[in-house]
Structures are given as C-alpha cells and as structure tokens.
Ligand binder design. Structure first.
Ligand code: XLS
Ligand code: CA
Ligand code: CA
Length: 477
C-alpha cells in the first residue's frame, strides 16, 4: 500500500544530496535522520487531544504500528532522508513489563529489517525510552531504588542488541529523568554516581557484544525533571572525566536543549567539538518567547550556518548525523505538512552548509581568531599555554609590558561579515554574485553595501573606503 500517494519526492531549494560543498557531498555532511517518535506523533498537547490526519488510521485500529512503520520508511525514501532513529517503545504496543518489551522487540525487528532493505534507509541510532513508564517517576538510572536501575539497564541492554542487529551507527542515552524535582528528598552526589556507574556498565556491554557504533549521551537542563544532571556539554564533560569514561561516550547535541540551558546551539557544538565530544546532532529549534521544549522544525538560517560551520570544522559528523527530533505544529495536521516540514528543515541545514563552506573557504573568522591569540604561540605566552610559568616570572613580564592595550574585538564587523556571507553566497542554480574574496576585500577595502547580488536585485556600487576596516591593516599599525 502507498501511504503518501500525493508525495512523490522532496522538492528542495538547497538540499542536493550529491552536491559537493567544502569537499564532501551534502548527504555525507548532513546524514539526515527521521525520528519515529515524532513521525508517529498525534498532535496532542497538555490541553488538547490529537489533531493529526494520518494515512495509517487512528491509534485504536488493529495493526496500526505496522502501517506506521511502513509509512515512515516510504516517507523517508521519498524525501531522501537516509537514516532513522527510534526508541524501543516507539515500535511496540504499550506495555509496562520489560519481559514483554523484549519479546515485542523480537517480533518487530524483522519488519524493521525488511523495510530498511526495501527503502535503503539505515538506522542512525537506537535508544531506550527510560522516561515514560511510571516506575521511572524518581529517575531511571538515578532512581533511589536498585530495582528501577536494573529495569533501566535491561531496556538498554535489549536496545543495544537490537541496534547492533539493525546495523545502527550510534546508540543514545537521553537522561531526561536523571535529576530531581526537589533536593529535600534527593542525594545528588549519589544520583550522579549512579549515572556514572550506569554509563560504565553500558560501555562494557557495548564492547562485549561487539557494538562498534558511537555511544552518545544527550544533555538537557530540565524537563521533565526540574534539574537534569547532564544539563549541558560542560556537565557531560566533567562527568565523563570523573568516571573515567572519556573516549567511551560523546554528546548528542540537541539545538532546543542548548537554548533551554541558556546556551546557543553554536556554543554547545563549539564546546563539544573542542573537547572531541561532538558525536551527533538532534536538529530542531525552540522559540525565543517560549521557555519549554518545542522541537520545531529548524528554519533559522543563522543558527544552521553556525552549526554547519562547527560540523565542517569537526571534519564531519559521521557516524552521527542530523536527526530531526522535530514535530510539525499541532495546527499543521495534514500529511503534506510533514513533507513541507522536512523540506524546510533539510533546506535550512543544507543552506547552512553552503554559507559555512564559503566562510571556511575564505577563512573569515579563523584568521581573526588566530591573530587574536597569537601571543600564546611564542615566548612567555607559549610558556603560559604549556602551564610552565611561575607567578614571579609573570610579575616581571607584567612590569615590563605595563601600559599594554588590548585591541578591539571587532564584534560588529564580524557579525556584519557573517550577514554578508548569508546574503551573498549563491544558492544552487543562481549566478554567483561578486562578493570578492577575502584578500580582494582587504586590498580594495570592500564594504558589504557594494556587493552585487543578482538574485535579490542588488547592484554593485563604488567601494567606500572610509567605512572599511582591514584586520591586516590594523595588525600592521
Ligand atoms: C527529549 C529528547 C528525546 C531524546 C531521545 O527531550 O530529545 O527525544 O532525543 O530519547
Ligand atoms: Ca533529542
Ligand atoms: Ca527536545
């Protein structure tokens, strides 16, 4: 049966799987994935029931799960989404018994396998749902009860087996219930220790069964708990080091979780990349005016450009990918809205890669940053960097360099340059504008206002030398 007869294939403005940007095909940079839990979402919210019109019928109908799964693979194939991701509980009938979860998974794996073979869609990551069952009310791996810890471990064990069997490239642990609602009944140190112990057992079992994929932990600061122990990349980094788990786990960074933690998506990616922790991405966005997790499809080009920039800098995201942990709004209830949503999201990420590739090619920010920190590459700066300097030496140096004046950080200049690249990088099929290379810009003291951008009707003007700034000139001063 064809579930989406009106959808033939994705209609993209920017995403072209075979197009090479920054030395790699777009599909290899992006490795897009469809999240089954959102795809099957019914459009309920805290105040209202489901709104979605879906070709697989209502949730009460027999055999719906099979239809949902078939529909998801058909959709992913049509939209050129190469991967998918799922929790154990996404693909089996509701149950509270782990023994039933194990059996039901055994029953559904052959269906997943055959759909994967038919469609060519691969498994990006598997995960265990350690938050829905009422037993997890006080935490799963950090519950005060060993019985609950063991139950959570059993679910993870089974999903690791399933992920291995399906050739999954990563395995995610999202510790959404691993935190507290009040410290009045909580031993926070114990909780964090328990989570460390849980991760160690997971890493051991993964290596025991020969799972070669990447193990990932997904930070989030709150929701459903008031505070979640792995709140952001920095807390994950501390935890991994403390429990001797560096090199065993990386981060799965979700855009909306970063903003809930009051960090930008770029911040979390940048930090993870710097520590060698950038494993995979859950791509979505929140809303500046709303304080909770919205999982909107991403449409913010500014954010996607900066994210792509970090991924290019990281040399790619494989074996991770860009998983759409995103859902259509409750009001976008027609099946075709799913296609619009994925197209918008994939184009947003793809466009981000085009712009970021242009920024990288011209080393727009790198040269500036390198020059800014260049004092640390020789002399006393080098000694400081290597941790080989004494306070006495530093005092002598400070007295000798008294009167030193820092240079401007040129934030607005750099932000303006970023805007220039965002508006001037030619989209697929358009004739290139005349954004001069960085070197030319420096030579002619180019200004953003003088760009010719044919597809938005901007004409080139005369360079206005007096507005311009060249970091090289400045460096020579
Ligand atoms: C919820 C999380 C969850 C994980 C997988 O906020 O994003 O969906 O990605 O359990
Ligand atoms: Ca997520
Ligand atoms: Ca989310």
């Amino acid at each position: 049966m064809e579930y989406f007869p009106d959808i033939k294939k994705g209609k993209f403005r920017y995403y072209d799987p075979e197009k090479v940007v920054a030395g790699k095909k777009m599909k290899d940079w992006t490795r897009f994935s469809l999240a089954l839990w959102h795809f099957f979402g019914e459009g309920t919210d805290m105040f209202g029931s489901g709104t979605m019109i879906r070709p697989w019928g209502s949730a009460t109908e027999q055999n719906t799960l099979k239809k949902e799964i078939e529909a998801a693979f058909e959709f992913a194939k049509k939209l050129s989404i190469d991967y998918y991701a799922f929790h154990d509980l996404d693909v089996i009938p509701p149950t509270e018994k782990v023994s039933v979860i194990e059996k039901s998974l055994d029953q559904v794996v052959p269906l997943l396998k055959s759909e994967m073979e038919k469609s060519g869609v691969k498994l990006l990551w598997g995960t265990a749902n350690l938050f829905r069952d009422p037993t997890y009310v006080h935490g799963a791996a950090t519950s005060p009860y060993p019985e609950v810890f063991a139950r959570a471990a059993t679910q993870v064990k089974k999903m690791l087996d399933v992920t291995l069997e399906l050739g999954g490239e990563d395995f995610v642990i999202w510790p959404g219930r691993e935190g507290y609602d009040t410290l009045l009944n909580t031993d926070m140190k114990k909780g964090i220790e328990l989570f460390g112990s849980f991760l160690s057992a997971v890493a051991d079992y993964a290596s025991e069964i020969g799972f070669k994929g990447q193990l990932l932990v997904e930070p989030k600061p709150m929701e459903p708990m008031k505070f979640i122990y792995v709140a952001d990349v920095m807390s994950l980094w501390a935890l991994l080091q403390h429990y001797g788990l560096t090199g065993k786990f990386k981060a799965n960074i979700e855009a909306n979780h970063a903003t809930l933690a009051n960090r930008s998506f770029q911040h979390e990616l940048h930090l993870a990349r710097s520590f060698g922790l950038l494993g995979s991405i859950d791509i979505n966005q929140g809303d500046y005016l709303v304080g909770w997790d919205l999982d909107r499809f991403p449409t913010d080009l500014y954010d996607s450009t900066l994210a792509a920039y970090e991924v290019i800098e990281n040399g790619g995201i494989a074996p991770g990918g860009f998983n759409f942990d995103a859902k259509v709004r409750r009001g976008s209830f027609e099946p075709v809205d799913l296609a619009y949503a994925y197209q918008a999201g994939m184009d947003t990420v793809a466009r981000g890669f085009e712009v970021a590739a242009a920024l990288k090619k011209d080393r727009v920010f790198e040269e500036f940053v390198e020059e800014r920190y260049s004092g640390y590459s020789s002399g006393i700066g080098k000694k400081i960097s290597e941790g080989k300097v004494t306070l006495k030496e530093l005092r002598d140096y400070a007295l000798n360099t008294e009167g030193f004046k820092p240079k401007s950080g040129r934030q607005e200049y750099l932000e303006d340059l970023l805007n220039a690249y965002l508006t001037s990088t030619p989209p697929r099929g358009a004739s290139p504008g005349v954004l001069p290379s960085r070197r030319d810009r420096e030579a002619t003291c180019f200004c953003v206002l003088e760009m010719e951008i044919p597809w938005i009707g901007l004409k080139a003007g005369k360079p206005q030398v007096d507005f311009c700034f060249s970091p090289r000139e400045e460096a020579r001063e």
